[in-house]
Design a protein around this ligand. Sequence first.
Ligand code: NAD
Length: 360
Amino acid sequence: MPDAVPSDLRPVPPDDLHRFTMALCAAMGSGPEEARIVADHLVLANLSGHDSHGVGMLPTYHASWKAGALVPNRAGRTTVEDGPILAVDGEMGYGQVIALKATERAIAIARRHGVCVLTVANAHHIGRIGTYSEAAVAAGLVSVQFCNVLSTQAHVAAHGSRDARLGTNPVSVGVPAVADADPFLLDMATSAAAYGKIRVAHNKGVAVAPGLIIDADGRDTTRTEAIFGEPRGALLPMAGHKGYGLAVAAELLAGALSGQGTMATRETGPGVVNGLFAVLVDPSRLPGGAALGGETAALSDYLRGAPRRDPAEAVLVAGDPERATRRDRAAALPVDAGTLRQLEETADALGVAPTWTRSP
Ligand code: NAD
C-alpha cells in the first residue's frame, strides 16, 4: 500500500530530487554512473509510492558512508560463475549498483541456460527489491527474489516473541505479461509493514495502523516511539507465523547460502547489509512458457473484475498500486517536512546545495 498523503508535504519535481541525489552521491565520492543508478533507484521508489525506500534513505547512506560501511565505486566481486550459477560479493558497495549489475549478468545467464541462480552477499542496502524483478521481467524472464537484512538492530519479532530478531527480509516475484498488459510484480517486506514506513510515519509525527508494531513488553501499539525510542519494541511479522516463515527462508537463502551469514551468526557493524537469492527463469523453456504472458494478463483481468467488498476500493493485483502512483506523481513528489529537513542537514554536511527552496 503506498504511503498515506501527509498534511505537511511539499511538492518537489522528481528531476530536482534526481539531481540532488546525484550531487550527494558525487560529494561522497561516487562516479557519475553510480550516482545515476542510485538516483534512478531512489527517485523511482518515491514515484512508485515507496517513500520508505526513496531519497529519504540518503541520510542513512551518509551515516553508513561516514562509518566506512558504505564504500563508493564498488562493482561487486564474482565469487562463483559456473554454468547457471552466479555468486557476487558486494564488498559493501552501493546495493543498488551491485544488485542491478549482478541482475544484468544473471539475465544473460538465464537466456543462455534457461535459468540462473544468483546470490549476492555483503551489499549495502539494495533498496526496493522489485527493481530487480522489474529488470528481469523487462527481459522476458520470471523472477523470484529473497533478500535478508542485517543490521546492528534487528527490527522484526520472531513470531510469538516480544524481541526483535530478524530484518524485514523482503520477497519479490515477477512474471511477464503480453505486450499490452501489466506484468505481475509482487514486492513486499515480510514484516507487517516495511521498517521505512514506520520511519516515514515517525517523521510525520503520525501513528501507524494497529497490528504493525509492539512495544518492548510485547503489547500492541500504534505509537512509533515504541520503535524509535527506548526501550525498543519490534515490528510484527506479516501474517503471523506465515510471514515469519518466509522471513526465516530469506535469512537462510539470501544470508546463509550466499555465504554472508545470518542474524544468528554474522557479526553486524554499522550500515545495512543485504544478501540476495534470486532465481531467474526463461519461461520459453517450460511447457507453459508460450502462453504465460497471456495467462498473466487473463488472470489479472479476471481478478480485477471480481466484485468489490467495498465499492470505493478496487480489486487490484500486485504491481497495480505502484503503476498508478507513478502516473499520479510524475510531475511532483510529495516530500514531508521531516524528510526534507533531514535531507537539508545531509546536504549541509556535504557542502551540497538543495535543489528546492529551504524549509523555513
Ligand atoms: P507494500 O505493502 O506497499 O506492497 C506489497 C505488495 O503488495 C506490492 O507488490 C504491491 O503491488 C502489492 N499490493 C499493495 N496493495 C495491494 C492491493 N490492494 N491489492 C493487491 N496487491 C497490492 O510494500 P512493503 O511490504 O511495505 O514493502 C515496500 C518496499 O520495501 C518494497 O519495495 C521492498 O522491496 C522494500 N524493502 C526493502 C528492504 C531492504 O532491506 N532492501 C527491506 C524491506 C522492504
